[in-house]
Design a protein around this ligand. Structure first.
Ligand code: SF4
Ligand code: SF4
Length: 365
């Protein structure tokens, strides 16, 4: 009996621990659970507020609040106290780091917004606004970033605050940032991405101990890396004429350091969208490069983003996304209106581009 018990306990110990996202239904507002899949329509009574009406006649209002994304215990407690006091205790985060608070009565919306505003949190980001900038992890969470994320994005949003709380753009504007060139950065109407401008510097003493050399060689998209013996140790070497400074070798092999305080720059891309409303999805195009990576406020980048944004706001027709606007006026006119310099580096002469970039984002087999 005792032996059987031990066996059972051992078996229990070997049970895998499930992790990952818990079932979201348990955290949803009861009205949302009740009317799940049975919504009749929704509208926006004011910027930052969504109003959903169900076939049952139930109504729910959602207040969207911009956050600084990296929230400490103080901020989380502050926000939760507001939700408990003025809302109904239900909250969710969006992928753009907004907080959304659901309430079942319109009367609760005004005091809730006031409480968030009094605590320094803006309400907005719906409809034709500049939505909260989506960004990658930055120095706090990732091991390969060339720049920070939340801090610089917060600084940029401080500048674009009025466009977040109003809905005065021709259409929604999605801005994204990415702290390396290769991994989780997104594309957007305006995308700010790290741009390395020098090949990696190799620490040959560490390569043999740290890197799986065939994986690193395989990772280079232009076959610029080859195995080499350096000072009697197995290492790697880079053909700098071939290297396109993408940084793909750095994550699997940290001794191939590519981040550089001077030579890692920022580039701005324009016109990307995933939506297929009114026009098909589009890839973004490079419009400005070599901007200094100057955290925490990125003043040079902010100036260019604002120049593009306000030119678009003034010149685009209603419902044109940034990419639609540029398609209509043409790229020469875009550079003329924004005053950004057009250089030879804007011409895509990479021989592989015909098969990869010269395509829509519709999946084709
Ligand atoms: S974009 Fe690159 S550096 Fe930034 S979090 Fe993603 S993988 Fe890390
Ligand atoms: S930076 Fe990119 S192109 Fe250059 S060696 Fe590394 S993987 Fe190859």
């Amino acid at each position: 009996m005792a032996q059987a018990q031990v066996a059972v306990e051992k078996k229990q110990m070997r049970t895998p621990i499930e992790s990952g996202c818990p079932d979201g239904m348990q955290y949803m507002h009861p009205l949302m659970v009740k009317n799940f899949g049975n919504w009749k329509y929704h509208d926006r009574p004011r910027p930052g507020v969504l109003h959903h009406v169900a076939y049952s006649g139930d109504e729910i209002w959602t207040v969207r609040v911009g956050t600084q994304r990296q929230l400490g215990p103080y901020e989380i407690n502050l926000l939760c106290d507001i939700v408990d006091q003025y809302g109904e205790g239900y909250v969710r985060f969006t992928i753009r780091s907004n907080l959304e608070v659901m309430v079942s009565k319109w009367d609760k919306v005004g005091p809730l917004i006031q409480a968030f505003n009094d605590a320094g949190y803006p309400v907005g980001g719906t409809g034709n606004s500049v939505t909260m900038i989506s960004h990658t992890q930055g120095w706090l969470h990732c091991d390969i970033p060339g720049t920070d994320a939340s801090g610089v994005v917060k600084s940029l949003m401080d500048d674009l605050y009025t466009e977040f709380i109003k809905e005065e753009m021709p259409n929604r504007v999605h801005i994204t940032t990415s702290c390396c060139q290769i991994n989780c950065g997104g594309q957007g109407d305006i995308a700010i991405n790290i741009q390395h401008t020098k090949p990696p510097k190799i620490n040959h003493d560490l390569v043999a101990n740290v890197c799986e050399r065939p994986s690193v060689v395989a990772r280079c998209p232009v076959a610029a890396i080859r195995p080499a013996m350096v000072n009697g140790k197995p290492s790697l070497e880079v053909d700098e004429k071939k290297c396109i400074c993408c940084g793909a070798c750095y994550p699997p092999c940290p001794p191939m350091q590519i981040n550089d305080p001077v030579h890692s720059k920022l580039a701005i891309w324009v016109g990307g969208k995933n939506s297929n409303a009114r026009s098909k999805p589009m890839f973004q195009k490079l419009v400005a490069a070599g901007l200094p990576n100057n955290p925490p406020r990125w003043p040079e980048v902010g100036a260019v983003v604002k120049k593009i944004l306000y030119t678009y706001k003034k010149d685009a027709r209603d419902w044109e996304r940034v990419g639609d606007w540029v398609e209509r006026i043409g790229w020469p006119r875009f550079f003329e209106l924004t005053g950004l310099p057009f250089t030879k580096f804007h011409i895509d002469n990479w021989r592989g581009s015909r098969n990869s970039l010269n395509a829509s984002t519709h999946i084709r087999f």
